[in-house]
Design a binder for this molecule. Structure first.
Ligand code: ZN
Ligand code: ZN
Length: 245
C-alpha cells in the first residue's frame, strides 16, 4: 500500500509531510539525556534550559567584552579593522554540551545533531527583524569535503533555510586553497593563512546575506568571506554562528 493512501491530501501537500518523515527517522528523544524531547525537538526541557546561551559581546563580531556596558560597544579589533559584516548573531558559548553536539556532528557524522542545533538557532533567529535574502554556508575545501563526506555548515544551513523560509546558495562561495587548519594558528597567522582563500560568484538581485558557520573562534574566516562578498556587491552581510569560542 502506498503511504499516500494513509494520509489526508492536504497534509501531504503541506510542509508537515517532511517533519512526519523526520519524526519517523529521528523520533524526538533528548540527545543529551534520553528523555522525551519537547515540542518535536531532540531535547528535553531541563537540558534545554541548562544550555550555555550566548551573552552579548561586541556589536559587530560578538567577541566577549566583559567590561562593556553599552550594547553598541565595539571591540578593539573591530575598531582598528572594521569587518565587512554588519552584525554577528551567536546562539551559544562554545561550552559543553554544545561542544559535544558540534563534535558529534563534525567528527562522528551525527546529522541529527545538525537538526537540533539549527532548530535552536532558528528559535533565536526568528525574532531577528532584519532577515537576509540568502543564507551562505562557510565552505570547506573540496579535498576536506571529500575526506569528511559533508560540510557541517551546509547541514546547518539546510535546516535553517527550511525552518526560517529563507533560500540558500551552496555554490556561490568556494574555498580555493586548502590552508593549514585554523585551529593550529594564532590570530595574526589565521588572517595571513586565509589571504585569497575564498572566491565568490556575484549574486544578482541579492542585497543581503547571512554567512552560516558552526563555530566562530577569532572570526578570521567569516571576515575573509564577508570581504569577498562585499567586493562582489552585496550591501548587507550578517554572520550567524551556532557557537562562539
Ligand atoms: Zn535531556
Ligand atoms: Zn568586534
Amino acid at each position: 500500500m502506498k503511504i499516500n493512501h494513509l494520509l489526508p491530501t492536504a497534509l501531504i501537500q503541506s510542509k508537515q509531510w517532511l517533519s512526519i518523515i523526520q519524526d519517523c527517522v529521528y523520533p524526538p528523544t533528548c540527545l543529551l539525556c534520553g528523555d522525551e524531547g519537547v515540542s518535536h525537538s531532540d531535547l528535553c526541557q531541563p537540558c534545554k534550559t541548562a544550555l550555555p546561551y550566548f551573552q552579548g559581546g561586541c556589536s559587530l563580531c560578538s567577541a566577549l567584552m566583559p567590561n562593556a556596558i553599552e550594547i553598541t560597544a565595539v571591540c578593539g579589533e573591530c575598531q582598528i579593522k572594521p569587518p565587512d559584516f554588519n552584525h554577528t548573531h551567536v546562539s551559544f558559548a562554545y561550552q559543553e554540551p554544545v561542544r559535544h553536539l558540534i563534535h558529534g556532528l563534525k567528527f562522528n557524522s551525527r546529522f541529527v545533531n545538525a537538526r537540533l542545533l539549527a532548530t535552536l538557532m532558528a528559535e533565536q533567529l526568528r525574532t531577528v527583524t532584519d532577515k537576509p535574502d540568502l543564507l551562505i554556508p562557510v565552505p570547506l575545501h573540496p579535498q576536506r569535503y571529500r575526506e569528511r563526506g559533508f560540510n557541517q555548515s551546509i547541514e546547518l544551513t539546510r535546516h535553517l533555510s527550511q525552518q526560517l523560509q529563507i533560500p540558500n546558495n551552496l555554490n556561490s562561495c568556494h574555498r580555493t586553497r586548502n590552508n593549514i587548519p585554523q585551529a593550529a594558528l594564532g590570530a595574526k597567522q589565521r588572517r595571513r593563512n586565509l589571504h585569497r582563500t575564498f572566491s565568490v560568484q556575484p549574486l544578482t538581485e541579492v542585497q543581503s546575506i547571512a554567512i552560516i558557520d558552526d563555530v566562530m573562534t577569532t572570526g578570521s574566516t567569516v571576515r575573509a568571506i564577508a570581504k569577498a562578498f562585499k567586493h562582489s556587491g552585496v550591501n548587507k552581510i550578517q554572520v550567524w554562528v551556532c557557537a562562539r569560542a
